[in-house]
Design a binder for this molecule. Structure first.
Ligand SMILES: CC1=C(/C=C/C(C)=C/C=C/C(C)=C/C=O)C(C)(C)CCC1
Ligand SMILES: [Fe+2]
Length: 306
């Protein structure tokens, strides 16, 4: 794909600043992940299961907005500037999400494992600058299956908010079994990566330790908000080059608030759960549905070097 021209009025972000941002964020996240994972390994971790509204608020405010840049990215990549073109794009995006949501309710035994596998592939992208496709897929899949290894009960409990109980039990069992070879392979990837890219390898190892030892929601909230979303926002900044931070934030409008409000309304209608758990349940199902178009846009149709 050819290099895209800069947006009108955009200034090129100095390469050095971009790199420094990546580097310092990497060090900061590695420190945070170790600070959570190591005490958890010795039984001193906390579980967010008793504070579902706290986990949900962090996800809504720090995680969800990264997906809201999808329209701005599409705008840049495909010139969907006219109202009919934008409407077409939105219809396709929402249509794909709605189709997956329908499958979720009709065939949860298929949809939940597919969601987990897709997420592993999507999360692999967080190391796209560091290692080749296959090893990073191993890391991504290890990361998303690992919570079920030592914390199968809470994982099953959360899954049971989203799908029938038998599907929740089986999926968590399969994840726990799959996580053993995946984690071994991922540890090998981190070890090999350590020769050429020590900081990336340390970050990978710390994130894997976080996935294994921290309580599942603590892992997910800190990884998804702290690493995945943040890194995605950096690459949105690099690709779209808005002039200022508020210009960057504006690129997520009005989709971020629409999604946040939509999730809250759906949570009020979600049966059999208190508000905190309902918001989390809706969030996870919404993530599953939106991951299909989000992944295609972020992973399949990305220009090189962003
Ligand atoms: C529900 C749930 C899990 C899986 C979450 C997934 C798979 C989220 C995927 C999000 C995506 C793909 C976001 C895209 O940016 C865990 C962490 C295993 C355990 C806790 C309960
Ligand atoms: Fe994402």
């Amino acid at each position: 794909m050819p290099n895209l021209p800069a947006l009108p009025g955009a200034v090129a972000a100095p390469q050095l600043t971009q790199r420094a941002l990546w580097h310092w964020h990497r060090l900061g996240f590695t420190a945070l992940a170790l600070a959570i994972a190591l005490p958890s390994a010795f039984g001193a971790g906390l579980s967010l299961l008793d504070f579902p509204l706290l986990a949900a608020t962090a996800m809504l405010l720090l995680g969800v907005p990264h997906g809201a840049f999808d329209v701005a990215l599409a705008h840049r990549r495909w010139e969907i500037g006219t109202p009919p073109a934008l409407a077409c794009f939105l219809a396709l995006y929402v249509g794909m999400a709605a189709a997956f949501a329908a499958i979720w309710f009709l065939l949860p035994q298929f949809a939940l494992p597919v969601f987990i596998a897709m997420s592993g592939v999507h999360f692999a992208g967080d190391w796209r600058r560091d290692i080749p496709l296959l090893p990073r897929m191993v890391v991504g899949l290890a990361l998303i299956t690992a919570p079920a290894l030592l914390h199968r009960e809470p994982v099953t409990e959360i899954f049971a908010w989203l799908v029938p109980a038998d599907v929740a039990v089986t999926t968590a069992e399969v994840m726990a079994a799959a996580s053993i070879p995946l984690l071994q392979a991922a540890a090998l990837v981190a070890l090999v990566t350590a020769w050429s890219r020590p900081a990336a390898a340390l970050e990978m190892a710390a994130t894997l330790l976080l996935a294994v030892f921290a309580a599942p929601l603590v892992f997910f909230v800190s990884y998804w908000c702290g690493l995945h979303s943040a890194r995605h926002v950096f690459s949105v900044q690099a690709e779209l080059q808005p002039r200022t931070l508020s210009g960057l934030a504006r690129l997520s409008l009005p989709y971020a608030p629409i999604t946040i409000i939509g999730v809250m309304i759906a949570a009020l209608l979600w049966p059999h759960l208190d508000l905190g758990r309902a918001v989390l349940a809706v969030l996870f199902v919404a993530l599953a549905a939106l991951t299909v178009p989000h992944m295609m846009l972020v992973d399949q149709f990305r220009p090189k070097r962003t």
